[in-house]
Design a protein around this ligand. Sequence first.
Ligand code: 6GU
Length: 228
Amino acid sequence: MRIDVLTIFPEFFEPTLGISLLGKAQNNGVLEFVIHDLRDWTSDPHRTVDDEPYGGGPGMVMKVEPLSEAIEAIIALDPRKPEVIFLAPIGIPFKQPIAHELAHLDRLLLVCGRYEGFDERAFTYADRIISIGDYVLNGGEVAALVVIEATARLIEGVLGHGQSALEESFSDGLLEYPHYTRPSSFRGEDVPGILLSGNHKEIDRWRLEQSRARTARLRPDLLKGENR
Ligand code: 6GU
């Protein structure tokens, strides 16, 4: 998968995308990241990407011309047509099923906003608008990293050996069961005996029961299917 990112803070992405599983996936050729500085598509000496809102009010608005120039130029860099995704608080909430949808695509273009938001006319280019939750960030950069990490780890060959994206929280609508590793006793807290029993049928049953109980206690909204 090729992932293009359009941002006014390219420095934000370079250190993070090179490390851990995402870095490895890049070296293996499974993933390719191309980060673009929006200011490269401005034509004034100050490289202006924002301006005051028509109608007045606080903050600045991202200008439509650099965005449109940039998006058209970036799309043309590769024969694959990207899914163009704007990161903005007005978007639909990002959830695991969306990550699965995106993981099937061969090219994404993530467009990060700053300031108060985008000039409304820039959304013409958006195949979808994504928000990562009901809180306000200074810009879409952190949100883009969230979308990248959640999506990339679902692509074949990105997760490390023996790891599975299938059995974890949210993929079946439940939170994960409790995990333990050595020591079997720590400051008076013992690992549940069932996990030491070697009875895998009983262990599976116990884990499912724990997942359900934990989800009911901590995230009852998930059980009602409110998040799908
Ligand atoms: Cl995608 N952008 C900003 N600025 N704030 C957010 C967000 C995105 N998602 C949640 N809050």
